[in-house]
Design a protein around this ligand. Sequence first.
Ligand SMILES: [Zn+2]
Length: 320
Amino acid sequence: MTVEPLLAVSVDLDPLPCYYRIHALGEPPAELRDLVLRRALPRLAELFARHRVPATWFVVGEDLDAGAVGAASAAAARALLAERHAAGDELGNHSDTHPYDLARRPADEVARELGGCDARLRAITGGRIAGFRAPGYDLSPTMLAELARLGYVYDSSIYPAPGYYAAKAVVMAALRLAGRPSGAVLTEPRALAAPTEPYRPSMAAPWRRGQAPVVELPIAVTPWTRLPAIGTTLILAPAWARRAALAAMRRRELFNLELHGIDLIDAELDGIPGELVARQPDLRVPLDAKLEALDGVLAALAAERRAVTLRVAAARTQAA
Ligand SMILES: [Zn+2]
């Protein structure tokens, strides 16, 4: 029996302060705090609608908190996400404040981060939240235990891409040498050898197979070479490399395509400060070119796969 190939597109809605933290730039201008939600989410929603692809949006809970981002911004964010939920998209948990070192924090802090975002999302959907993605792709046994306690169906944090890990290590080392340590944290290196198709993880070592009630949906990497096949790398790749990456992925049972909200931000149109543009290569690609690249990717994938939310993809693994 062959397994029907699935496509699940998800978007990490990391707000601009996350990128400022990674590059050790302090805080962004206050008026840009909610830029990703305000500008990129509607663009992405329109792109997905054109290809009839449902999406899973991984939300940072604090963006919905009037105390943290202001009443108007929080209300606008809740309205945008309520609209996505009503349209059939899924809302997923991306922690409450996006701490890059969450995997190194104790159980009570993990419970607060996961539970806080979960409560804010349930207030929008009126139902249970099914999935989680860790800040910086780093999943600890403590986090997995908390997801199981919350009754989550899946986690989608494992990103077994050694090339990404190496590139991140180089940037972090360079910033450390410059005396401006990055806010990013290196992921658990054992996760680089994790399975690349959906699996049931071990509670004690989530990067290995086991008996956890929560299933793991790894983020897309190519077979054998484990090159990243996420939005940012596909956007930056020349057309021939993009086609090669998609061809290499043809036999995957699930193409778990991860995008970031910032993928559809235009440095000029959206007024991104030069200090961030200088450090974030994808911000130097104009919106039109990024849209064209993603349009091609989604058209190719939607033609050969059934597009579902991650919750639906997880249900298949749960049932297996
Ligand atoms: Zn994130």
